[in-house]
Write a protein that binds this ligand. Structure first.
Ligand code: MRU
Length: 356
């Protein structure tokens, strides 16, 4: 998708270096950063220079490629794989990508291993682009239907950033929106700010602006009243881990939006590539919910009048705070899952009908 009119992807491999857009500096500064070692990749995932389930999966796959370049040694590679998986616990894509790449190179002789690992990482990346494009084409039908009935612009609420910046291109939740916009359907997006890291305000609104899509940032608690007033036609969010029973683990606050949507008869869709499905866990209590540094709550970052990024404390110094990064929306609150293979019910039957 575009930034200042130029097409970008979120990650690419060039001259044995992984290139990323540093998302901790957006929307104030656009910086392309080099990852040269597996440690750089782990650090980029931990500090959220790259974030979003599909993108951290791709970064982990390229991280293993960098690890092979650094030291073509089995035990170093194994340790790199473990450290990459541990770098963020909730999104399943990380483990999925690392396991897939490790499986692909197991038993390959050391002269060949770099080339094969790089090809597999590139395949993971290209696959995600295709999946997200297909999610867009499938989700477009829902927006089109609402637009035909309403004969006016479609108001869509989204949470966090499940946009192209969270994937390689297109995004998951935003892909149907981009497809609708390209087809000339009038859309307007309510963007949840998404405290504490403000991925909605800093990233979703930014990328929608760059694509010329009308959007309005709202506080995380404003969705309820907008739904009561009939100002939201549908919600679309992403997911970091989708259980086989259709429960969806996504950015903290998603669950409350789904409850509000249910109470107000607003359709609540979740968009996902199959790489976020965890077939192994049956109970959402087994999902490791990431707890991040409480400083993300107590401090805020922005730019001053000289356009310099500044960080200030907003909480009382003595107060404790708890920073849970994800929550789980039960399948019963989800209207449907928009996947690369089509739309299905949020249930084991629905998912298995498309994927097994
Ligand atoms: O903590 P983040 O910014 O990595 O969380 C991202 C989300 O919660 C997204 O909604 C999710 O990864 C889906 S990405 C298409």
């Amino acid at each position: 998708m575009k930034i200042k009119g130029k097409e970008y992807r979120t990650i690419w491999f060039e001259n044995n270096v992984v290139k990323i857009i540093d998302q901790t500096k957006l929307p104030h500064q656009f910086i392309i950063k080099d990852l040269k070692t597996v440690k750089d990749s782990i650090n980029a995932i931990k500090t959220m220079e790259v974030r979003g389930a599909p993108l951290i999966g791709a970064t982990a796959a390229y991280g293993l490629v960098l690890s092979i370049l650094e030291k073509n040694d089995q035990s170093f590679l194994k340790k790199s794989a473990e450290d990459l998986i541990a770098s963020r616990p909730t999104a399943i894509n990380l483990k999925w990508a690392v396991d897939r790449l490790m499986k692909r190179i197991s038993g390959i002789n050391s002269n060949e291993v770099f080339k094969i690992a790089l090809n597999e990482a590139k395949k993971i990346v290209e696959e995600d682009v295709t999946f997200c494009k297909n999610i867009g084409e499938n989700g477009l039908k829902i927006i089109e239907e609402i637009s035909n009935k309403k004969k006016d612009k479609v108001n869509i609420l989204t949470h966090c950033n499940a946009g192209w910046l969270a994937t390689i291109n297109w995004g998951t939740a935003t892909s149907p929106i981009y497809h609708a916009h390209q087809k000339g359907i009038k859309v307007h997006v309510w963007v949840d700010e998404t405290r504490p890291r403000n991925q909605g305000a800093n990233l979703t609104s930014y990328e929608l602006n760059e694509e010329g899509i009308s959007n309005t940032i709202i506080t995380d608690n404003a969705g309820g009243i907008l739904m009561q007033r009939g100002q939201v036609d549908m919600c679309i969010v992403g997911t970091d881990r989708t259980l086989s029973n259709g429960d969806v683990c996504n950015k903290i606050g998603t669950y409350l939006k789904a409850l509000s949507a249910k109470d107000n008869n607003v359709p609540f869709y979740v968009a996902l590539p199959s790489s976020t499905i965890d077939w192994s866990i049956k109970d959402h209590k087994q999902i490791p919910i990431e707890e991040r540094n409480s400083e993300e709550l107590s401090h805020v970052e922005g730019v001053d009048e000289n356009n310099e990024i500044k960080k200030v404390r907003i909480y009382p110094q003595k107060s404790k705070s708890l920073n849970l990064a994800f929550d789980v929306t039960p399948a019963k609150l989800v209207t449907g899952l928009i996947t690369e293979k089509g739309i299905c019910e949020a249930s084991e039957k629905g998912l298995k009908g498309l994927f097994k």
